[in-house]
Design a protein around this ligand. Structure first.
Ligand SMILES: [Zn+2]
Length: 141
């Protein structure tokens, strides 16, 4: 089910577009590239349905959704070779289940600490397009 007024459920959402760019769909999730790329390859996998928490998913759906997270993480490892990936699910205010997939690099932003939205690094449209193509290639999309 979708919820009107939710930034992940609404088909068109200027706020969502200001934060991220859609990369591709999976069966249960939609993958977005986070516009702040100070952590190269940072992306979000958002559930297509309006779940507010993983506890609302059946075990089968939860398993399949996490398989999609793992598929994305493996693509990030192949494409960008991070030293670690951080995963986070907050949804304090945006109450729609989404997983932040944040590559971390030794000596890079927030290494050995929580990732942050401070000091964002925005790219050109061409640079975003290049990263999105890399994701699609690695994901076979
Ligand atoms: Zn929603």
């Amino acid at each position: 089910m979708l919820q009107k007024g939710c930034m992940y459920c609404d088909e068109v959402c200027a706020h969502r577009d200001s934060l991220m760019i859609k990369i591709c769909d999976f069966n249960l999730g939609t993958l977005y590239l986070f516009r702040d790329q100070k952590n190269l390859g940072r992306c979000i996998l958002a559930a297509k349905e309006h779940y507010t928490d993983i506890t609302e998913m059946t075990p089968e759906v939860l398993h399949e959704f996490w398989d999609e997270v793992v598929t994305v993480a493996n693509a990030v490892h192949r494409a960008f070779n991070p030293d670690k990936i951080n995963y986070a699910s907050y949804a304090d205010t945006v109450k729609h289940l989404h997983i932040h997939i944040v590559p971390k690099y030794i000596g890079g932003p927030n290494w050995n600490g929580p990732f942050s939205d401070a000091d964002p690094k925005f790219l050109s449209d061409e640079e975003y397009a290049k990263i999105i193509e890399t994701f699609k290639k690695e994901l076979g999309k």
